[in-house]
Each structure stands twice: as C-alpha cells, then as structure tokens.
Design a protein around this ligand. Structure first.
Ligand code: SF4
Ligand code: SF4
Length: 197
C-alpha cells in the first residue's frame, strides 16, 4: 500500500507546497491538508482494518497543535481550552478509562472536523488486534500507513516564526534570520475536556 500511495503523495506534495506558500488563512491551509489526507484515506480504506465502530485509537493520546484545535473549535462551536507549551506524551492521561471526549456511542461525533492525528491513521493489518491497548509498556506495533509527509506539512503550517537579529562576534555585523518554534501542542482531551458541551 505504501508503494501504491507514493504517486498520490507526490501529487499532494506539489499541491500542499503551493498551499504552504499561498497567501490564505491558516484555517484554509489546514482544511486543504485535511482534504488531501481524506483523498489518501479513500484509497487506503478498502485495504485497511479501520471501520466505523472500531475505536481503540480513540483511547490513545491524540496530539493536536493549538491552531488546529482552534479550527476544530470554530467548526463545532466550542472554544478550546488554553494549552501552554507542548504536553509530553507521558503526561497525557489516555486509555480505555479516558477516551477522547468526542467518542459517542463508539463513533466519532465530530467526524468531519476530526484532527489530522485521527484522519491520517490507517491500520493496514487485516484486523484491529494490534490496536487493542494492553497493559505493558511496549508500544504496540501497529502497521500504520506511512503518513509522515502530511504530519510534517501540518508542523510546517503551524510552526511559529519570528524574526531574530544576531550579532556575528567575529565581524561585529548584525544579521536577521527567521527562527521557527513549535506551537502549543496538547492532547485533544486538554483542548476539549467536555467534548461538544
Ligand atoms: S487505527 Fe486501529 S483502532 Fe483505529 S479504527 Fe483503525 S483498526 Fe480500529
Ligand atoms: S476526534 Fe473522533 S476520531 Fe479522533 S480520537 Fe476523538 S472520537 Fe476518535
């Protein structure tokens, strides 16, 4: 499947590079990224174990940058909570006793507005067995479709940039450069602790 996905990814790369450089709102850029990932999803879905009603992955940490949380919030009419810095994986409380607050009746209640973290996850196994959460520290070896290109695009879209001035100690000259840093990134449970309510 990764081989089959390669030409589609190449087309998406060209399209998303244009969108990255375009003078449009960040919301529109993230929406265009979601659209590309959904196109890939349509290709992967028939070969994937993922099905409606299968929700082990709604019980694991779901990382969302604050700008994407803001877009989700606007689409569903809920203001996301403020998250400062980057929440570390070990700080996230997830598990069968702490599902994503948007999981309702075994299905995603914000399906059209779910974050990239959920859209890009395709288990290419024949069933969901490896997605089941087990009580051990070893990370599950789920054969996910490689969607790294898309997560990188989201990181590039949401990276914070600022102009910094630097003094060259050898020449005494001051030059300017653009410095990038990560936005606030948190678990979906932190941004939307009460789901849609
Ligand atoms: S990623 Fe795993 S748990 Fe989630 S829908 Fe696919 S098979 Fe089910
Ligand atoms: S947003 Fe939807 S798909 Fe994603 S973890 Fe929550 S319930 Fe599951």
């Amino acid at each position: 499947m990764n081989e089959r996905a390669r030409p589609v990814k190449a087309l998406h790369q060209v399209r998303l590079n244009r969108i990255l450089d375009a003078d449009i709102r960040l919301d529109a850029k993230i929406s265009a990224l979601w659209e590309a990932v959904d196109e890939m999803g349509a290709i992967a879905a028939p070969h994937s174990a993922c099905r409606r009603g299968c929700s082990h992955c709604c019980h694991i940490p779901v990382l969302v940058p604050k700008q994407e949380a803001a877009l989700i919030g606007r689409r569903i009419g809920v203001k996301p909570a403020k998250v400062i810095g980057v929440t570390r994986l070990e700080e996230m409380r997830a598990g069968y006793d702490n599902p994503c607050p948007f999981l309702k009746g075994g299905a995603c209640s914000i399906y059209d507005s779910r974050p990239l973290a959920c859209r890009q996850q395709f288990n290419m196994d024949s069933d969901a067995l490896l997605c089941e959460l087990v009580d051990d520290d070893a990370p599950p070896k789920v054969p996910y479709l490689n969607m790294m290109d898309y997560t990188t695009v989201l990181a590039m879209m949401t990276a914070q940039s600022k102009e910094v001035r630097m003094l060259n100690p050898h020449t005494g000259r001051i030059s300017t450069a653009i410095e990038y840093s990560s936005p606030a990134v948190g678990d979906i449970r932190e941004f939307f602790p009460r789901g849609r309510s």
